[in-house]
Design a protein around this ligand. Structure first.
Ligand code: SIN
Ligand code: FE2
Length: 217
């Protein structure tokens, strides 16, 4: 029997549908996880992780930084994107190619061609940190999807409906898992439950999440 080494695999990367326009790509980023973590290190060396304050005055439990042309920030004045890091006044570090490429490829697999993110929010969770249910809606073009990459310790993702009152599904996310949501799911409520203590070979005692978005036009 003759095998064609260059034939496309019958199935390709695994895709688990979550909802219309939303999919989990299990372990999709595992092959580039070390590159992504090195990229995170270089970004946070220039724009250190920090705990931001919500407009209501609560200090967020996740530490955050950004790379790309625009960065998501919150303070007493509100949630917004801006081109400069409020801590340093300098532009956010450029988005490392490894991060941008992974996002474009994951979005395409999920059915969103030509996704070119201009904003990458880096969330670092340590045990006890969480992110309450919220919508991502500070972006200008809601036809563009969200790509979310998990690295390190496992965490339970909550994926809800278009109304906060709709009970969210619980989706365990592991190192290398990528979630993409857009189209009819773009404004679904989502969040993560409290991180449990643990140790991961790639990240030690924490989980990183990269959220990639097209924030401007
Ligand atoms: C977020 O929605 O901002 C983060 C979600 C996650 O950490 O997986
Ligand atoms: Fe979000």
């Amino acid at each position: 029997m003759q095998h064609d080494l260059f034939a496309a695999p019958a199935s390709g990367p695994e895709r688990l549908p979550l909802a219309d326009g939303a999919v989990v790509l299990p372990a999709y980023a595992c092959g580039v996880a070390d590159q992504l973590l090195a990229a995170i290190d270089s970004v946070v060396a220039q724009a250190p992780l920090r705990r931001m304050v919500t407009p209501g005055g609560q200090t967020m439990s996740a530490q955050m930084s950004n790379c790309g042309a625009l960065g998501w920030v919150t303070d007493r004045a509100g949630y917004r994107y801006q081109a400069t890091d409020p801590v340093s006044g300098r532009p956010w570090p450029a988005m490392p190619v490894a991060i941008a490429r992974l996002a474009t490829q994951a979005a395409a697999l999920a059915g969103f061609a030509d996704f070119f993110p201009d904003a990458c929010l880096i969330n670092r969770y340590q045990p006890g940190a969480r992110m309450g249910l919220h919508q991502d809606r500070d972006e200008q073009d809601l036809s563009q999807p969200i790509v979310s990459v998990s690295l390190g310790l496992p965490m339970v993702f909550q994926f809800g409906g278009l109304k906060r009152s709709e009970r969210p599904r619980r989706v365990p996310l592991n190192h290398g898992d990528v979630v993409v949501w857009g189209g009819p799911s773009r404004l679904r409520y989502h969040g993560v439950l409290t991180l449990k203590p643990g140790t991961h070979p790639a990240t030690g005692d924490c989980r990183y999440n990269l959220t990639l978005r097209r924030a401007g036009r």
